[in-house]
Write a protein that binds this ligand. Structure first.
Ligand SMILES: [Zn+2]
Length: 580
């Protein structure tokens, strides 16, 4: 009998957050046993999440309905002994974590993260799978990138990599579709929100056209955008022909938050090429059971972070000042984390499993984000290429060529040195210095590149001389608590700790809003000593802190007053609006 796998999903207790899964496996009757496994992580979200922790009541039955012996042999592996021709494995999965990469089920809807729902037979990720979805009585539709093969909600995946890359939304979501350049796009809005369908259709169409232009071809004939609307929602996760976004319910009618949403759409849509298809070798085919280490997220996520806002600019949603403010955020985010002196963009990529996705109170002192730092490298590359080619080439040309060369022609991932070699060949510009900088924490002189196109990066806080303790405070049950301490700050040197409750400064009671604090700091000079009364683990003590000037940065990117006509021409090319 040919090997095949069929799933049936049903919802007997959605109000208690369960999906019931039947996994019908055929063609393994000659094996002594098979091991079935659930992935431990979701591609695109680099953290071992242990999806199998939510699996319960797993049983197996043969053709006649008799029980078959199963044994759990690892955290995510069940061994099924002497499988019959037609083996039915059943289990239930609990889903009650709101995020774009974890399942959430209640009586109104189900969002199923495929890696946390479906299991695979070890060594058989290449098998096709069909999925039949039985709707709960009050639900009326399924939204997924999987191919629908029957009106009664049967879907098909040519292999498990595609199944695991196809999340499923089930319920009463508001859906509408539209065509862009011959590709059917569908939006599915989950939850009440103040969106305007016509406006979204028009604006997403612009974004898609802009991105199609960069990449030359679009490999999909269908693309699904699912948005989960919450009181406070943010973030997204990319897939081959779909994306799952989270947004705040009332963000669509307010211009700033609406543009942020459009930028998120642009970001995740960009990934359909850049990461889902053009990717470092390590990011596919995936090992679903272990961390997949790569130094290349600065190229994948960093470049995408550069392009998301740039595309919003090219579409005309941001004016020049708004765009430059958005770009400056990357510089401020990196340079206000003391960890930028320690961690390179490549190291940030490699350690994302234990750092970026597992932040703690000391993270800002030891790590930066490859999203921000990668975007900074991307703008340096773009500007250097524009300036060195008199505006004839730019970073777009590298991406398009790399997509064609590595994905379309060779159908494989890339090594970073191959990517660099291709980039230099396509542009004729030496880019090794900027690539090398991604592997060290040493800084690039970004103004070298901004100046080439008539702009400059200015630290507006540079000349300010106010004193700082170098701590971040928050409140907890009416107490003022230290949330983090900056490396080498006054507080760091004096030994103030995260978790210390701040009670008084120089004999004055500290208020939650920090006014007294600000008052004493504003009156102080470098090397003044302030006495801070704290409570640590219930014990009161006084700590003397010698003040040093704040090293906080406040960057903006502005037109260079002395720019030549040629620099201005190149700058106009950099930030040009592309007519569609
Ligand atoms: Zn991304």
């Amino acid at each position: 009998m040919a090997k095949s796998i069929h799933f049936e999903l049903s919802f007997s207790e959605p109000q208690a957050h369960y999906v019931d899964v039947l996994m019908i496996v055929q063609g393994f009757e000659n094996e002594e046993y098979i091991d079935i496994k659930m992935p431990v992580w979701a591609p695109g979200s680099y953290l071992v999440r242990e999806y199998s922790k939510n699996v319960e009541r797993l049983t197996a039955k043969d053709n006649l309905g008799s029980s078959i012996k199963t044994q759990k042999i690892s955290k995510n592996t069940w061994r099924v002994f002497h499988p019959s021709e037609n083996l039915t494995i059943s289990y239930s999965v609990y889903g009650f974590e709101i995020s774009v990469r974890t399942s959430f089920i209640d009586d109104s809807r189900a969002y199923l993260s495929p890696v946390g729902t479906f299991m695979y037979v070890e060594k058989h990720l290449d098998l096709e799978a069909t999925v039949k979805i039985h709707l709960y009585e009050t639900w009326n539709k399924v939204s997924t990138g999987l191919q629908k093969v029957s009106v009664d909600n049967i879907f098909h995946a040519p292999n498990f990599d595609i199944l695991f890359d196809s999340p499923i939304e089930i319920g009463n979501q508001d859906t509408w579709s539209f065509d862009v350049d011959g590709i059917l796009h569908e939006c599915a809005m989950v939850g009440e929100a103040d969106y305007n369908k016509d406006q979204l259709t028009e604006d997403i169409t612009k974004i898609v056209r802009e991105e199609n232009k960069i990449w030359g071809t679009n490999p999909n004939d269908y693309y699904l955008i699912v948005t989960h609307n919450y009181q406070n929602g943010s973030g997204g996760l990319e897939h081959l022909n779909s994306t799952i976004l989270a947004a705040s319910r009332f963000s669509y009618s307010q211009p700033t938050s609406y543009k942020n949403y459009l930028s998120l759409v642009a970001h995740e849509y960009f990934h359909l090429w850049h990461v889902k298809r053009l990717r470092p070798n390590e990011l596919g085919p995936f090992d679903y059971e272990n961390e997949n280490y790569t130094t290349g997220l600065w190229i994948i996520e960093g470049f995408t972070s550069y392009y998301d806002n740039l595309i919003i600019r090219r579409c005309g949603f941001y004016d020049e000042i708004e765009y430059l403010q958005k770009l400056a955020v990357d510089f401020n985010t990196v340079y206000n984390r003391p960890g930028y002196l320690l961690q390179s963009a490549a190291a940030s990529s490699f350690d994302t499993w234990i750092k970026q996705y597992r932040p703690d109170e000391n993270s800002h002192n030891v790590a930066i984000s490859y999203y921000n730092k990668g975007a900074m490298h991307a703008v340096a590359l773009d500007l250097k290429i524009i300036a060195s080619t008199a505006g004839k080439k730019r970073l777009d040309d590298i991406l398009k060529a790399a997509y064609e060369h590595f994905y379309l022609i060779q159908n494989r991932g890339f090594e970073e040195d191959e990517f660099l070699a291709l980039a230099e060949e396509v542009t004729g510009v030496a880019l090794g210095d900027i690539f090398a900088a991604a592997y060290t924490a040493e800084d690039i002189d970004y103004n070298k590149y901004f100046n080439l196109v008539g702009y400059e990066l200015i630290d507006n806080a540079e000349d300010q001389d106010h004193q700082s303790l170098g701590i971040k405070i928050g409140s907890n049950e009416g107490h003022t608590i230290i949330k983090n301490v900056d490396r080498d700050s006054a507080a760091w040197r004096a030994g103030l700790n995260v978790g210390d409750e701040l009670i008084a400064i120089n004999g004055h009671r500290i208020e939650i809003n920090g006014r007294v604090f600000d008052y004493f700091l504003s009156k102080s000079k470098e090397n003044d000593i302030v006495n801070i009364l704290i409570s640590r683990d219930g014990l009161i003590r006084e700590i003397s802190v010698t003040l040093i000037p704040s090293n906080k940065k406040s960057f903006s990117i502005q037109r260079l007053a002395t720019a030549t006509a040629e620099q201005r021409r190149l700058g106009d090319i950099w930030l040009s609006l592309n007519s569609i």
